[in-house]
Design a protein around this ligand. Sequence first.
Ligand code: AMP
Ligand code: GLY
Length: 423
Amino acid sequence: MKVLLIGSGGREHALAWKIVQSPLCEKLYCAPGNAGIAKSAECVSLDASDHNAVISFCRYKNIGFVVVGPEAPLVAGLVDDLEEAGIDAFGPSAYAAQLEGSKGFTKDLCAEFNIPTAAYKRFTDADSAKDFLNEMSLPVVVKADGLAAGKGVIIAESREDAEAGIDACFEGSFGEAGHEVVIEEFLVGEEASLFALCDGQTALMLGTAQDHKRVGDGDTGPNTGGMGAYSPAPVMTQEMIDRTMSEIIVPTLAGMHSRGAPFRGILYAGLMITEKGPELIEYNVRFGDPECQVLMLRLKSDILTLMQAASRGSMLEVEAAWHEDPALTIVMASKGYPGSYEKGTEINGVTEAEANGAIVFHAGTSEKDGQLLATGGRVLNVTARGKTVSDAQKAAYSAVSQINWDNGFCRTDIGWRAIERES
Ligand code: AMP
Ligand code: GLY
């Protein structure tokens, strides 16, 4: 079977790396891909927002299965259009992708199906939103409803900050995403995520992970797309996993089914483990980046068999086997990220970094005349397994030390929470 993968990040490199190991994969194409993905796949310059172009390509190349990595094409209905054209694809419909595309949609689903989450209210004008602040204690969370690349969440410590956040949303700071605002209670606890593979009726727990969202050591500085991750997350004990599945994931699938929009694909639950147990912060409808990198390093089973079962509704017939050892990934980013940064800087030493078993997944890279160049904010994901998170961390940082990139940086404490628990 020929497979087309959509995306260009570290998540897609990890998926490409895993997909080409599948006996079902005869050839992999990736649109648009990056310099690392080019080692596993033929990269093609297809515009994923042009659904007709993607469909024509699939017909021309006789593609048997399309895997969509990022959220934007899912929310835009790429999977709906592919399926209507008779092409099998992995990922939710546009309607089901609202679980990520609209925070208000998800909060209403939680309210209707009794799924634990922060108390909230939705607003379409600034005055009523500000009035509602009278009923909330501080800190309070202000969120733009739509997709805002992780930037549409304001944790306001003061009433002034909350009002400024509300104004920013309605004045267009987050574009279309801010036309509606959700105000919610601030949850206290430890964050973790859980990934479930869903076929519309049945969910298979894939794994848990913890990300490092802030740019600086000690979880300081601005938010990023994620500076490193490990899996599993020690805070997700078997009891917390079971409760998350039964109190959050299963009712979500049932709720989506009863709305006539069964959820197929990856359900990524962003959780706060509070005193009461797991509560949903948000859903994403795709693998996390960089969480996918650690999950793929731990997965023993064939990813295509699992993804096809999810898209065909035969989840009950498959199982996933895992390496027990934890995996950890360190994101190397261009200096200046998540602000502005220089592009086209030279990177060397990736082969040396992989010499002892670590794997370097690429995100924003390209190759010119045989030289690897950084072209994005997040650039490399140096990933390793170990007997413990401490061992995986040592192996990954040892690989990082082989990489020669003057314009790059990484956090030096990826894994700290888990390592604190281990010692
Ligand atoms: P989100 O984009 O919804 O994942 O939010 C980004 C980050 O904001 C989350 O990873 C949390 O760290 C934080 N956050 C969002 N909502 C809440 C909440 N209700 N209580 C506490 N922290 C939150
Ligand atoms: N690492 C966070 C995300 O993928 O949304």
